[in-house]
Design a protein around this ligand. Structure first.
Ligand code: SAM
Length: 236
């Protein structure tokens, strides 16, 4: 899968995605992550990419032309217009379900805003998807793009090793993952639950399911409600 990230801060994105599992997947050729520096496309002789918003108001706005030309440099090369995600607090909130869906794309463009955002006209022209990573305002779209690339990449075949990919993860079937333990069997007087040492696969699976339900109910009542409804129940 190929990610193209349009940004004013390519180093931030490259450095953030170059390590650990995602870095390894790039090395192995499962993913390609290309940053495109929007500033390289400005026609302004002082290299500016932002200007005051019409109508007044605080802050500066990224101008349409450099953003459009940066995007076009990718789509001209590819010969088609892949989905283009604008990271913005004004979109629906990113979820694991969305990560899985995006992982089916061959190419995906991310557009990172900065300052007060981007001239609306270029957004209308190139953006297919508006996505937020949560109800708070960040200084730029770079961290949200990195969050999305990380979550989507984990869903791309070959990125996770068999050991890493475990069949059970939070949000599978609207449940959070059960608690997990590693060696030693006792730490600070706390023992690993006996059932996990039993080697009895059915009992372990039942215990994990129970714990996942308990945890979801306590920590994420909203998710629990969805789970209960999905089971055909009416909630409690
Ligand atoms: N003035 C904009 C508004 O009120 O909607 C916020 C601009 S924000 C300071 C600058 C950039 O950060 C945005 O263009 C967007 O790319 C990014 N950004 C900020 N918060 C975000 C969030 N919660 N999710 C995704 N992107 C975000």
């Amino acid at each position: 899968m190929n990610f193209y990230i349009l940004t004013l801060f390519p180093d931030m994105v490259r450095e953030g995605l170059n390590t650990s599992i995602i870095g390894r997947a790039v090395q192995a050729g499962h993913l390609a992550i290309e940053t495109v520096n929007i500033r390289d496309y400005t026609l302004d002789r002082h290299n500016r990419v932002d200007d005051y918003p019409y109508g007044g108001g605080a802050g500066m706005l990224m101008q349409a032309q450099p953003v459009y030309d940066a995007w076009k440099s990718v789509t001209d090369r590819l010969g088609y217009r892949p989905r283009c995600v604008y990271l913005t607090p004004q979109g629906p909130t990113f979820t694991q379900t969305m990560a899985k869906e995006y992982a089916g794309e061959q190419d995906l463009i991310f557009l990172c805003g900065h300052y007060e955002g981007i001239d609306e006209r270029v957004l209308e022209e190139i953006v297919t998807d508006y996505v937020s990573i949560g109800d708070y305002v960040l200084t730029g779209g770079e961290l949200p793009a990195m969050v999305m690339v990380d979550a989507i990449s984990r869903m791309v075949p070959g990125v996770l090793t068999n050991q890493e990919s475990g069949s059970w993860e939070s949000f599978e079937n609207d449940l959070l993952e059960y608690p997990q333990y590693s060696r030693p069997e006792e730490w600070m007087g706390k023992r690993v639950p006996q059932v996990l040492l039993s080697g009895h696969h059915k009992n372990i699976a039942d215990w994990r399911q129970q714990q996942a339900e308990l945890r979801t109910r306590e920590r994420r009542p909203d998710l629990w409600q969805r789970y209960v409804e999905g089971q055909g129940g009416g909630g409690e």
